[in-house]
Design a protein around this ligand. Sequence first.
Ligand SMILES: CC(C)(COP(=O)(O)OP(=O)(O)OC[C@H]1O[C@@H](n2cnc3c(N)ncnc32)[C@H](O)[C@@H]1OP(=O)(O)O)[C@@H](O)C(=O)NCCC(=O)NCCS
Length: 431
Amino acid sequence: MNVALDPAPMADAPDWSRYAEGAIVETFADARLVAGARTPFVDYNGALALVSPTDLGIHAARAAIARAGIDPARIGVTIAGNCTQASFDSLFFARHIGLYAGMPDDRPAHGVQRLCTTGFEAIAQGARATSAGQVEAALCVGTESMSRAPVASYTSRGGFGLGQVEFKDFLWEALFDTGCGLPMGSTAENLSRLHKVSREETDAYAAESFARALAAQQAGRLAEEIAPVTEQVFEGKGLKPRRLALPRKLAEVAADTHVRPTPIEALAKLKPVFGGVQTGGNSSAIVDGAAAVVVTTGAVAASLGGGAAPLGRVVAACAAGVPAEVMGIGPVPATIALLRRLGLGIGDIDLFEINEAFGAQAEAVRRALGVEHARFNVNGGAIAFGHPLAATGVRCVLSVMMELRRRGLKRGIAGACAGGGQGMAVLVEAA
Ligand SMILES: CC(C)(COP(=O)(O)OP(=O)(O)OC[C@H]1O[C@@H](n2cnc3c(N)ncnc32)[C@H](O)[C@@H]1OP(=O)(O)O)[C@@H](O)C(=O)NCCC(=O)NCCS
């Protein structure tokens, strides 16, 4: 099967630029992304299924701090994102990540949630805090256990009548937008119709994502982002020890598990899940994982002796709103507004790292922005290695910065759509 990856632009393609008008753009005068790390992204119900999102976040945060070579005592704030609140102590997650990552107890921490763009929001807030001179450094984290998303009841505290108990699968329900009455997958089907992305083209996009991710895994590029997870006990002054436990006989989890050889013919055999082009093979995989980065002022970045050289600058961020039934197009107006503000064009951006919530959605974004495949998700995306909701934005920013460095390129945009109808884009520049 041979499907063209860069079809000619459609004459009657929808114009999303009007949604750039309501977008909020923010530029950052002094925000260096020094270093970051993530856990492997592991298919749900896999080796990380029993690990609390807080522990995934602590692990990523400790690794990011170690790679940055910064004393945690110099970090002024923890900004951590999480969507599914998948542990009994999850209200404390941001604070616990900061404390168990070694930060002094007089440094505040807070949680953020902007659905699938949560990780970008955490980094934008960190960049704002360093640029405003509030802190010398910020720890920005996104963490998600999709496996542990609860089976929940909101109405049982006062007891329930026979047959009236309401327990629901939070993971399934959370991916359904009750505002527009659609599951996330159906919003991608809408984009497949509007941008004429066929089943064959969606599968071709997905097969390429798997191929690129597999090549990146085999070449060790994904491993450069990953801090392998081992059994460990997190301790800190005055803190009860927390234990990160892996399944018995498993010493270490080191690699993303969803990445695999995927011929387009195998994808073509899968049944549609939402009545159109999307299947379990060309949609983002459901995985557990966390990612963390350290954002500092330029002065602090220059003073860090032991760590790696800073990856670069976080230049600007933008959040935009779009209709909920086409939520996946969100990165388009966010990118347009960002570029307008900075007086840049699509051609000025060397690499794009846009979350692949769904194959038709990512392809619609690529077409609407007019970016050729060679600059778009060059190491694959969430179709191949998964989309742990709040961790994704941090992973995307870290990945694009590491790839800019590898290739000796300058500017990158990382972005994602968010359920309910939003998109974010973050502009970065390599050091
Ligand atoms: C689409 C979706 C519902 C599918 O869930 P699922 O059925 O649990 O997915 P699975 O991983 O079991 O995959 C389904 C099938 O595809 C197959 N498949 C997946 N990846 C494949 C690959 N690379 N090659 C071949 N087959 C593959 C699986 O083997 C499985 O086949 P089977 O049914 O014969 O066992 C789910 O992935 C989803 O909702 N993803 C999007 C999540 C989301 O909305 N995130 C937020 C975005 S805003």
